[in-house]
Ligand binder design. Structure first.
Ligand SMILES: [Zn+2]
Length: 332
């Protein structure tokens, strides 16, 4: 439903984060919007305020998605994160049980709420002790957007049983414990649709066209899912997905990565592989090629710790054996 790829922004502890063009566009809109409305008098001030709000929202979304990401990584599901026009998305391989899935979903809002608490503590007890001079107003507004958005986003995701928000996924997982999957998915999607219709109308009347279009789009997606009979948990269709052919875009990226590796541009090979990982599901064979390129380039970039996790998954080729030796020599 959402965009599947973006520009690789950074990789933290083996979890790559990409940003989609829509996210950048939306954030530019939020950053410049207040300035446009402010007129010439307060334009500079309004612009700084807009940028600080955009930064706060981005930091908060990153914290939320890494909450999902770290738990998915703990289960060795190779997560990657994409910030897109509708917030964030943490894609990972399909979890082996509903319990693992539930913990991964729950961790996003939970970590974000803990983070909001820390921000409040910091603003209340530490910031007043520091003399920030002219920046104090800006820092204060950054901190308040940071905690307010974090609480808002975490609660929205947790308690609204709307598919595919975290709350919708948790609701579906709870229903699955009580009834067969067929009924669970139908109820989860119908409840989601039932909530989305009044929300979309309310948004149209009160909040403006953008939110209404967004909700309308999610509504349309829910209808499609309900009619398609597609498996929501993904576990049943896991085997099928592994056989599905790669998209042309994925094949093109893999070619780019292989070319960069052949040219010994390891940084580029590494970057393209992480970008490819953020495109979602792909055939097993392609995934193992990615692990091989990531393993070799991470070792060449002397990121030995990180290389370990790629080496574990990479096929046992000559290049991988060589990289393994280099890594173990360095890690002792
Ligand atoms: Zn989430």
């Amino acid at each position: 439903m959402f965009e599947r790829s973006g520009f690789h922004f950074f990789t933290f502890r083996g979890i790559a984060l990409a940003v989609s063009p829509w996210y950048l566009l939306l954030m530019a809109f939020y950053a410049f919007g207040p300035m446009m409305r402010a007129g010439s008098g307060g334009a500079g001030h309004a612009f700084l305020g807009g940028v600080s709000a955009v930064l706060a929202i981005t930091v908060s979304l990153i914290v939320h998605e890494f909450g999902h990401g770290f738990v998915a990584k703990f289960y060795r599901l190779n997560p990657s994160i994409l910030l897109h026009g509708f917030g964030g998305l943490c894609t990972h391989e399909i979890a082996s049980s509903d319990k693992d899935d539930a913990l991964i979903v729950f961790a996003g809002p939970a970590v974000q709420l803990v983070f909001a608490g820390l921000v409040v503590l910091l603003s209340t007890f530490v910031l007043p002790l520091i003399n920030l001079g002219v920046a104090s107003g800006l820092v204060a507004s950054f901190m308040s957007t940071l905690w307010f958005f974090s609480v808002f986003w975490a609660l929205l995701n947790l308690f609204l049983p709307i598919w595919p928000l975290d709350g919708g996924q948790l609701f579906h997982l709870i229903l699955r414990r009580l009834m067969p999957e067929e009924r669970a998915r139908n109820i989860a999607l119908r409840v989601s649709i039932f909530l989305l219709i009044p929300l979309a109308i309310l948004a149209f009347l009160k909040a403006g066209i953008f939110l209404a279009i967004l909700l309308g789009y999610i509504l349309f997606y829910n209808f499609q899912l309900l009619n398609s009979g597609q498996d929501l948990a993904g576990r049943a269709s896991n085997a099928r997905a592994a056989q599905a052919p790669a998209s042309a875009f994925q094949a093109e990226l893999l070619e780019d990565a292989e070319r960069a590796l052949a040219d010994q541009d390891f940084r580029e090979a590494y970057r393209v592989c992480h970008q490819l990982r953020s495109t979602g599901r792909m055939p097993d064979k392609m995934l193992s090629q990615i692990w091989e390129i990531l393993a070799v380039s991470a070792v060449q970039m002397e990121r030995y710790e990180e290389a370990q996790s790629y080496l574990e998954r990479a096929p046992n080729t000559a290049a991988v054996r060589q990289a393994r030796e280099a890594a173990s020599a360095h890690l002792g």
